[in-house]
Design a protein around this ligand. Sequence first.
Ligand SMILES: Nc1ncnc2c1ncn2[C@@H]1O[C@H](COP(=O)(O)OP(=O)(O)O)[C@@H](O)[C@H]1O
Ligand SMILES: [Mg+2]
Length: 227
Amino acid sequence: MLIQLSNIQRLYRSDEVETTALHEINLGIEAGEFVAIMGPSGCGKSTLLNILGTIDRPSAGQYRFSEHDLTAMNEVALAQFRRENLGYVFQSFNLIDELTIEENIDLALVYRKIPKAERKDRVAAAMDHVGIAHRARHYPSQLSGGQQQRAAIARAIVGKPRLILADEPTGNLDTENGAQVMDMLQRLNDDGATIVMVTHSPSHADLAKRRIDMLDGQVVVSVRNAL
Ligand SMILES: Nc1ncnc2c1ncn2[C@@H]1O[C@H](COP(=O)(O)OP(=O)(O)O)[C@@H](O)[C@H]1O
Ligand SMILES: [Mg+2]
């Protein structure tokens, strides 16, 4: 098992209210899976994805990733773990407006001890992979939404992550660009990346290998898609 979540809980507390965003999540994900997470707004999908991405920490429970116990890791070790193992794709692309597309993608490698020439090759290969190489020197605002999301995917994959986390990656895209992004995620999965994607689109969920339905902070159904 690549990922094992055991009894994961996430509570949010303020002065008056306590919200249980996740109740006792037990979930295993094998290397090479492509999992789609669905469920109504507020059911905990992003919270679960953020915990998988170590952007957020559970209030209780254990998260194991391969040989690592992530719940026991300190922030410095986690930051290194993230750089080496995880790639993120968000609904709103989250590119840095002041950097060109190639600089945005390179930023994912800057904090790793990779020689400059190799970084350049890897950035070029990632841009080629998503068909954005001709926009390398452009700024995000000069690109369409579909192109920005492809650049964001290049940024997510340039570090060759074992796990790609995508929170509604097609949520801001039209049908055609959404289909292109799904096609890219499927190809990355075919090439060996494990993917967990939140989506509101049943047809996009059907392109994954497994679908998980959440309700009120719990996983209620997990089904393998016939592909
Ligand atoms: N930072 C936060 N502070 C307080 N409550 C939060 C916070 N983030 C999320 N929640 C609550 O946790 C629940 C799950 O939210 P979320 O994971 O964003 O749901 P989804 O992505 O499925 O729409 C919701 O009730 C939401 O209001
Ligand atoms: Mg969400």
